[in-house]
Design a protein around this ligand. Sequence first.
Ligand SMILES: [Zn+2]
Length: 246
Amino acid sequence: MSVKKIDVKKPVLENGEHYVTSDYKTRGDRSSHNGMDMIGKNKSIDNIIAIDDGVVITSTYSTTAGYYVEIRHKNNYISRYLHMKKDSLKVKKGDNVQAGQLLGVMGNTGNSHGAHLHFAVYNEKRVPQDPLPYLLGELNLEANYFQEFVSLVQTALKAKVDGIPGPETLSKTITISEKENRKHEVVKYLQSYIYKLGYTEIGVSDGIAGPKFTKAVKHYQKDNGCVVDGIITKQNKTWKKLLKLL
Ligand SMILES: [Zn+2]
């Protein structure tokens, strides 16, 4: 078994040492693996702690996940902690937890071969996200990205700025593509927001709608029932979806 140590800013293992035994699907050799498997200090078992503040929405047993916990965070994303030791769960559904709070002990319950933590992050639609940027502190589970995004877009489009999208905001939206408004101020806010939604292929926010932008927008459109053309307009539903007006 090849293990890789990662330096995390937001630990999920109490002793703060995280060895990855099986990586998230896009980096690993198991394309269906929607989380990261980890072991702790001295490549051994450790206690499992919450990555961030939130509310426990699941604390139970299943034949596949074993003893496991799910936490809903401020941005409505969910972190999951699987295969914990029998009867080791320290939190129950409805509990408010803080970052670093003890959830249970690493174990080998459910569909697991050897004690480890399967750690996963899901968005509000239960689409798995790469957990690594959250562990590294590059993304966090606290911010209300949506409201922030809406306020920035409203400012850039000279709409009324209240963080709450409505018909007035929508009426001021403009078409963004590689051909139209590709360097408009709103592009960098779109890049940042789409990245935070988990479409990390969009890359850094350079304020220019290029091929990466088009690719990530197409991916977003596909997942959200929009016309898949890589162009953000009112007409193909993409602005409405981005502003949660649909
Ligand atoms: Zn796993």
